[in-house]
Design a protein around this ligand. Structure first.
Ligand code: HEM
Length: 368
């Protein structure tokens, strides 16, 4: 049946194993007051709940447009669909009087030094993350939501991502490759480790954040183009020292197995794994303080006007503290040799709302 449960302390789509198709869609809201915002969040909740569960849409009266697009046929298969709602910095401007409830670390995603951000691919009042076994499921869900909220949301930007099929079932057992040809996710955190997730991913009570944020998580989306023509002309040895891992096996350089854990203390000069290798800068393994939960996809958008392939990593990560997590890691990566082959072009900083615990509640209820 492949249903991911909607109700819970936390939203689905964060610890949920990553399926084959991802779709990030950012919207702005045309709501002008809090009552409209409540209606928006209630309607979103109702649609998300229905879409994730699947089933048969309302009966059709042939004299009216059908209530459902029909993309999934008359019975909507759940297909591991998750839809995760996050809010952006702009939602806390002066429109709704929510300024003093803003998550402490939430800000508009800045331009990091290697970024070439396209304004048409950045930020937004809200972000919906759709994940499912097929692209059709995601598009069906998006169509449903757009159709049900014509007066309250406008599309801002979107990007679709993909992974090899069946990753959902195999989560944690086999790692998939990104478009640079390296295994990606090897050293990612174990989403099945509740204690670790509580420390690293979920906002906890009494940590200085507004009370309503407990159970939510900061979500970072980065559209990172890979300059693949350049990469494909780079010697294998250089590719491996840039990442810090063997390309075939995924093992850290100088080690045998993918899951082997590098001991940087025994390699202070970076003879095995260079000090500026991506994995070493991203996680120097000196403390737990800057861990993040990554949950990205690959993407491809054809080619640009200069005739260069436009593909890369739809990087997504979650953390309870944006500053200690993504921002710290990204700052450490600044100037890494990998930068020559990647170009962040879009994305945003968002806060994924706490989950809905039971029937009758709605996403964003603790905020509104
Ligand atoms: C690890 C690729 C961007 C954070 C890795 C690995 C690869 C990789 C191949 C090793 C396998 C693994 O443990 O998953 C890339 C590529 C990127 C990119 C191609 C850009 C297109 C980023 C960004 C961040 C990041 C933007 C965060 C700011 C990490 C972390 C690890 C990692 C935390 C795990 C390091 C460890 O614990 O050993 N990345 N990455 N990566 N990456 Fe990236």
């Amino acid at each position: 049946e492949e249903v991911v449960p909607f109700f819970g302390l936390h939203q689905a789509g964060i610890l949920t194993p990553t399926p084959a198709a991802g779709l990030m869609v950012a919207f702005d809201t045309t709501a002008t007051n809090k009552a409209d915002l409540v209606r928006l969040f209630k309607t979103l909740t109702e649609r998300i709940q229905f879409l994730m569960a699947g089933g048969t849409p309302k009966p059709r009266d042939p004299k009216f447009p059908p209530s459902d697009s029909g993309i999934m046929g008359p019975n909507i298969a759940p297909n591991n669909l998750t839809i995760t709602l996050a809010v952006g910095n702009s939602l806390f401007d002066n429109r709704f009087g929510l300024g003093n409830l803003k998550p402490k670390r939430l800000e508009t995603m800045p331009n990091f030094p290697n970024d070439e951000l396209d304004p048409d691919l950045c930020h937004g009042d809200i972000l919906l993350q759709f994940c499912a076994n097929t692209e059709e499921s995601n598009l069906h869900a998006l169509r449903d939501i757009v159709k049900n909220l014509p007066d309250l949301i406008t599309l801002r930007w979107q990007i679709a991502g993909f992974l090899p099929p069946n990753t959902h079932k195999k989560q944690g057992k086999s790692t998939v490759r990104n478009l640079l040809g390296f295994k990606d996710g090897t050293a990612n955190l174990d989403a099945g480790n509740d204690k670790l997730m509580n420390r690293i991913v979920w906002v906890q009570p009494n940590n200085g954040e507004p009370a309503w944020t407990v159970g939510g998580s900061y979500q970072v989306v980065r559209v990172i183009r890979n300059l693949v023509e350049r990469w494909d002309r780079t010697p294998l040895q250089e590719q491996e020292t840039i990442i810090g891992r063997n390309k075939d096996s995924g093992a850290p350089l100088g080690m045998k197995h993918e899951k082997d854990i590098p001991n940087y203390a025994q390699d202070p000069q970076g003879k095995q794994i260079p000090l500026n290798a991506h994995i070493r800068l991203a996680n120097p393994r000196t403390s737990e303080s800057s861990l993040i939960l990554r949950r990205g996809f690959n993407y491809s958008r054809g080619f640009d006007k200069a005739g260069h392939l436009d593909m890369g990593l739809l990087f997504v990560c979650f953390q309870a503290d944006l500053e200690k997590g993504f921002v710290t890691v990204q700052n450490r990566l600044q100037g890494e040799p990998l930068e020559e082959y990647i170009r962040p072009i879009g994305g945003g900083f968002f806060f994924a709302l706490p989950g809905v615990k039971a029937e009758g509640g709605y996403l964003g209820q603790s905020l509104l």
